[in-house]
Ligand binder design. Structure first.
Ligand SMILES: Cc1cc2nc3c(=O)[nH]c(=O)nc-3n(C[C@H](O)[C@H](O)[C@H](O)COP(=O)(O)OP(=O)(O)OC[C@H]3O[C@@H](n4cnc5c(N)ncnc54)[C@H](O)[C@@H]3O)c2cc1C
Length: 389
């Protein structure tokens, strides 16, 4: 089937970039509009689970990813004060291949994004930087996109990949504004050489406590340690959802925790600790409005407690591309198939992630001992490259 459609992808995060590559690989014409002056991702770690790695393999990027990060060998739950092992889960290449058909990797977000950028055929027609979408409208023949730089463009179909604060979601879908979930997150990347005594066995370690949690894992072949520290808060009202903070604030929150936790926080380079007030929106009943649909955080901005937000965006992207390949220029059919294949699963993870935050930071010690993937283990073998569409 020939493909004549021009698909506009608004937002070049991990979701938008995966969609761009997957669509291009199927001979489909895409234009990526990104508000930033250059492509890239923040300096932080990310879990790329087996479900996401199946897509990476399907895009032909497996060797590149393997060179960036080997399979995670093990994960564990450690006591927040003593560091004692409360749960130890062997993972590794063979176990994951057997159970889920792909490995799990702990990576630097910028490395994941850069690999997608290399796979994307970017030229002046397919990538528009400094294009911040300000308005969107549609008629019988197409979608009109308006940008802050004064430009206007027309596409046959538009996919909102513009993240949690999606303007397209606000303009076209019945949605409430992002609301504070009650969780703060502080993230940092620390040079391993500054904390040589910190153990990386288990490779991924979570230290849950009542209302707080710390997780750390090595990235870039163990040269860096990534951490995420969470605490429940009520009534956070900052307008800025993502800002730098002084580590004193984090040290106060985690005072009295075991040496590895405090040592990692202390080793954060000055001005390099990022603070997030985690926001979310309620799951939607539909992701389609005429010629426009949603993908990734724009569709399902979930809490990070299953480490699956980007994984879901990557799955969405692969399924979306397969739907357009299967439906040719029948965009209505393609969008219907996409929503049908994806909405239920993404909304399920949305709810599961929120619940996982509650069990991780529960008042009951037994809840806190559960494996990091408790409740979704059976979902990790999902294959977006072959699932029915
Ligand atoms: C603390 C924390 C830890 C996390 N850990 C993990 C993890 O381990 N594993 C995992 O899978 N997920 C994780 N996530 C979730 C993950 O980061 C997100 O789900 C994922 O990045 C969403 O990708 P996206 O492409 O949909 O959106 P985004 O990454 O938000 O990208 C949106 C893009 O759109 C652009 N944009 C926005 N508005 C406009 C506009 N108006 N015009 C043009 N461009 C625009 C932005 O500049 C950006 O490039 C974590 C999240 C947090 C907060």
């Amino acid at each position: 089937m020939g493909h004549k459609l021009k698909i506009g992808l608004v937002g070049a995060g991990l979701g938008g970039m995966t969609a761009a590559v997957a669509l291009q690989q199927r001979g489909i014409n895409v234009v990526v509009y990104e508000q930033s002056p250059e492509l890239g991702e923040i300096g932080a770690g990310i879990t790329v689970g087996p479900n996401a790695n199946r897509v990476i393999t399907g895009l032909g990027l497996e060797d590149e990813f393997e060179a960036l990060a080997s399979a995670t060998p093990h994960a564990g739950i450690l006591h927040y004060e003593t560091g004692e092992r409360l749960n130890y889960i062997p993972r590794g290449h063979d176990a994951y291949m057997k159970d889920h058909g792909a490995v799990s990797r702990l990576m630097h977000r910028a490395d994941v994004h850069a690999a997608l950028e290399r796979a994307f055929n970017a030229d002046e027609d397919s990538l528009k930087l400094k294009y911040k979408l300000t308005d969107i409208s549609q008629d019988d023949d197409g979608v009109t996109l308006k940008f802050a730089n004064g430009e206007t463009d027309r596409v046959d179909v538009a996919i909102a990949c513009d993240g949690l604060k999606s303007i397209i979601r606000d303009k076209l879908f019945p949605t409430e504004p992002p609301v504070f979930t009650g969780y703060m997150a502080w993230r940092g990347l620390v040079d391993r050489s500054r904390v040589p005594n910190v153990s990386v066995d288990p490779h991924f370690a979570a230290y849950p406590a009542e209302d707080k949690m710390f997780a750390r894992y090595p990235v870039r072949h163990g040269t860096l340690i990534n951490y995420v520290a969470n605490a429940r808060r009520s009534g956070y009202t900052s307008e800025s959802w993502k800002d730098q903070t002084d580590i004193t604030e984090v040290l106060e929150e985690f005072e009295g925790w075991c040496d590895d936790v405090v040592g990692i926080i202390r080793a954060t380079p000055e001005g390099r600790c990022n603070r997030w007030a985690l926001h979310s929106r309620k799951p939607l009943d539909s992701w389609i409005k005429g010629r426009v649909s949603l993908l990734g955080d724009a569709a399902h901005p979930m809490t990070p407690f299953h480490g699956m937000g980007a994984g879901m965006a990557i799955e969405d992207a692969a399924v979306l591309a397969r739907c357009f390949e299967a439906s040719g220029d029948d965009w209505q059919d393609a969008l219907r198939r996409y929503e049908c294949a994806r909405l239920g699963r993404a909304n399920k993870f949305h709810v599961a992630s929120l619940e996982r935050g509650q069990t991780y930071m529960s008042a009951k010690p037994d809840d806190r001992k559960q494996s990091p993937s408790a409740g979704v283990e059976d979902e990790l073998g999902y294959d977006a490259m072959t699932v029915a569409i």
